[in-house]
Ligand binder design. Structure first.
Ligand SMILES: CC(C)[C@H](C(=O)O)[C@@H](O)C(=O)O
Ligand code: SF4
Length: 467
């Protein structure tokens, strides 16, 4: 009796070495411009080529400007260089590239599902820690380091020690104004930022089954912030409906046959996970982080520092440092905290459903004076769809900047970044020090909450606008 994780692992394990590592066959590999240059270079130096060129796709995302003139204007020299390097490397090796001007360009974890590139039961890797996002489709998907990227390119395999398994069963219901992002933040608050370390997490239970595919992608995306490299959800009718419209090639031609095989991909009822957590999502409120880890969250009606009980001096020091960095006082009401910037985007919350939720709050209203608000669609496809649906106009009318797609202010590599001391309501996944720009202060929350905060000019509960 085995878990889904173990089944996919066993299916892809082709050898085992003396130190207990398995050689895992990698079905598909995603490449971006930040973590690939060294891997391409060492492969070229060793005189190796791609073992299976068709099993890789590359995309420009972290460094791409989000301004309309980006094809002719990449002001940052380092960004320009990384983008040019990926262009050169993909041309030389015959790897397919979604470049800046490609109609399907976008953040790697956003475009992979859109392209139908991730299939249930497969193994997918990328030199990027948020690759767990793709486990939402029932694949084993995880982030790897640059040297591993080179190994995958030249051998289509990886040596890996099998992690332990962890089942996270989620029950209950999300009330209005509460989204997958709040669920992820609540869960990380509950199990901690190392709660999943060494484990591959499978999310299961009635609430997970009720989530849309986009919400599942958000939940799995945040898995790495709980310390686990793998977030997995067994494929079901929602997965199949999503894939039916998107898969290409043989999987499209033989979809019904494939669907039958995928439907069997689940954890056996009597299988044991190494660790099992039951989480009841009833009563979760819209959440906002106040500190510098994604576990430091509280409801908007709460106060800075709520829910954290320092266990020792080190904990107390960490708390003091994080509040000093954030420029906040312990016990300060969260709803009183003013913001400078509102950012809607990233691989966590840059999909169409996210933009719809934010637009619902924004429609007919105006961004508060003095707040810089921007929407950066997770992919060019999302951007197009949002324009067709009229969402873009809703944002523009309210005073938001409507940008081209990319990672943008999630990480601030492309020139979209916070100035020192600026405070940002953000839909991204990391509130670490300097993440969105040197000295920038990040508050993580859902897209609807960022929208509400942009309108209010301070941290705001989206339900204030959803009545
Ligand atoms: C730059 C990249 C390698 C990095 C990652 O590994 O996740 C980035 O995407 C991030 O979100 O911090
Ligand atoms: S959007 Fe942010 S988290 Fe996602 S891949 Fe880009 S930088 Fe990493």
């Amino acid at each position: 009796m085995t878990t889904l994780f173990d089944k996919i692992w066993a299916e892809h394990s082709v050898a085992r070495n003396d130190s207990g590592e398995d050689l895992i066959y990698i079905d598909r590999h995603l490449v971006q411009e930040v973590s690939s240059p060294q891997a391409f270079a060492s492969m070229a130096e060793a005189g190796r080529s791609l073992r299976s060129p068709r099993r890789h796709i590359a995309v420009q995302d972290h460094n791409v400007p989000t301004t309309a003139d980006r094809l002719s204007n990449i002001p940052n020299a380092e960004s320009r260089e990384q983008i040019a390097t990926l262009r050169r490397n993909t041309r030389r090796t015959g790897m397919r590239l979604f470049d800046l001007d490609h109609p399907l360009q976008g953040i790697v974890h956003v475009i992979a599902p859109e392209l139908g590139y991730v299939l249930p039961g497969s193994t997918v890797v990328c030199g990027d820690s948020h690759s767990a996002t793709l486990g939402a489709l029932g694949a084993l998907a995880w982030g790897i380091g640059t040297s591993e990227v080179g190994h995958v390119m030249s051998t289509q395999s990886l040596w890996m020690r099998k992690p332990k398994t962890m089942g996270v069963r989620i029950s209950g219901q999300l009330s209005a104004g509460v989204y997958a992002k709040d669920l992820a933040l609540a869960l990380i608050h509950h199990i901690g930022t190392s709660g999943g370390t060494g484990h591959g997490i499978e999310y299961l239970g009635p609430l997970v089954q009720a989530l849309s595919m986009e919400a599942r992608l958000t939940l799995c995306n945040m898995t790495i912030e709980a310390g686990s490299r793998f977030g997995l959800i067994a494929p079901d009718a929602i997965t199949l409906a999503y894939l039916r419209e998107r898969v290409q090639g043989a999987a499209r031609e033989h979809f019904e046959q494939a669907a039958q095989a995928w439907a069997a991909l689940r954890t056996d009822e009597t299988a044991d996970y190494d660790r099992y957590v039951e989480f009841d999502a009833d009563g979760i409120m819209p959440l906002v982080t106040w500190g510098t880890t994604p576990a430091d969250s509280a409801p908007f009606s709460g106060r800075v520092g709520d829910g954290i009980v320092p266990r020792d001096d080190a904990d107390r020091d960490r708390l003091r440092e994080s509040l000093a960095y954030m420029g906040l006082e312990h016990g300060q009401p969260l709803a009183s905290v003013p913001i400078d910037v509102a950012f809607i985007g990233s691989c966590t919350n840059g999909r169409l459903e996210d933009l719809r939720a934010a637009a619902q709050v924004v429609r007919g209203r105006r961004v508060a004076a003095g707040v810089r608000a921007l929407v950066v669609p997770g992919s060019t496809s999302v951007k197009r769809a949002a324009e067709t649906e009229g969402l873009a106009q809703v944002f523009v009318d309210a005073g938001f900047e409507w940008r081209e797609s990319g990672c943008s202010m999630c990480i601030g590599m492309n020139g979209d970044s916070l100035m020192p001391g600026q405070r940002c309501a953000s839909t991204s996944n990391r509130n670490f020090e300097n993440r969105q720009g040197q000295g920038g202060r990040t508050h993580l929350m859902s897209p609807a909450a960022v929208a509400a905060s942009a309108l209010r000019g301070r941290l705001a509960d989206p339900r204030e606008y959803l009545a």
